[in-house]
Design a protein around this ligand. Structure first.
Ligand code: SAH
Length: 204
């Protein structure tokens, strides 16, 4: 997976490549789809949600430029796979998932892997996590019509957000950076994600 799907397509961040090479992706996927864990496509994780293909996970993780002292907010923890990667790259991860069944399973897998720098809660991540703000980095794996205002407010100076923005069917992956009052958007290309459902996202 690391050589053919990630390195060959231009992923260069050695920390991201190492962490993705070490983490057992199959542990985050239920028994029915487990054999597809390393395939080059999204895989169902239950409750109508999917885990992104490894390349997209790597692309987002690389664009986020996580440093070991960072506090990261993740919205849409799903299976917990991306959460685990962030936990290995950062100091602390604050993850939010709206579907209880997924959040509970993700928590269990994270603790089985001995990952103890994650706080995972069930709720609407479009409002961020004001009690824990500011965050150096914010990553979201569900698509919204625009960046939730709460995330911009809760992002630290020189912070970065990586998330898909667009319509319900097709989106572009964006890197959003904040420097003082200046917010910039960089388009990283077309993607397809499930919807971000919540107060500052799509309606249910
Ligand atoms: N990165 C995940 C993929 C999750 S798919 C993984 O590695 O498995 C996107 C997830 O976002 C879904 O689990 C969905 O339930 C969740 N989601 C959608 N809207 C949300 C919201 N407002 N707050 C928190 N999670 C949300």
């Amino acid at each position: 997976m690391v050589e053919h799907q990630l390195r060959a397509r231009g992923i260069r961040d050695e920390r991201v490549l190492r962490v993705m090479g070490e983490l057992p992706r199959e542990k985050f996927i239920g028994p029915v789809y487990r054999e597809e864990a390393y395939e080059d496509r999204p895989v169902p994780i239950g409750a109508g949600q999917t885990i992104s293909q490894p390349y997209v996970v790597a692309l987002m993780s690389e664009a986020l430029k996580v440093e070991p002292h960072h506090r990261v907010l993740e919205i849409g923890a799903g299976s917990g796979y991306q959460t685990a990667i962030l936990a290995k790259l950062a100091k602390e991860v604050f993850a939010i998932e709206r579907i209880a069944e997924l959040a509970e399973r993700a928590s269990k897998v994270l603790s089985e892997l001995g990952i103890d720098n994650v706080q995972l809660r069930i709720g609407d991540g479009t409002l961020g996590w004001p009690e824990q703000a500011p965050f150096d980095r914010i990553l979201c794996a569900a698509a919204a019509p625009d960046v939730p205002e709460a995330w911009i407010e809760q992002l630290a100076d020189n912070g970065r957000i990586v998330m898909p923005i667009g319509g319900p069917e097709m989106q572009n992956l964006f890197l959003i950076t904040k420097q003082g009052d200046k917010i910039t958007h960089e388009n990283l290309g077309g993607v397809r994600f499930v919807k971000l459902i919540g107060k500052q996202g799509w309606e249910e």
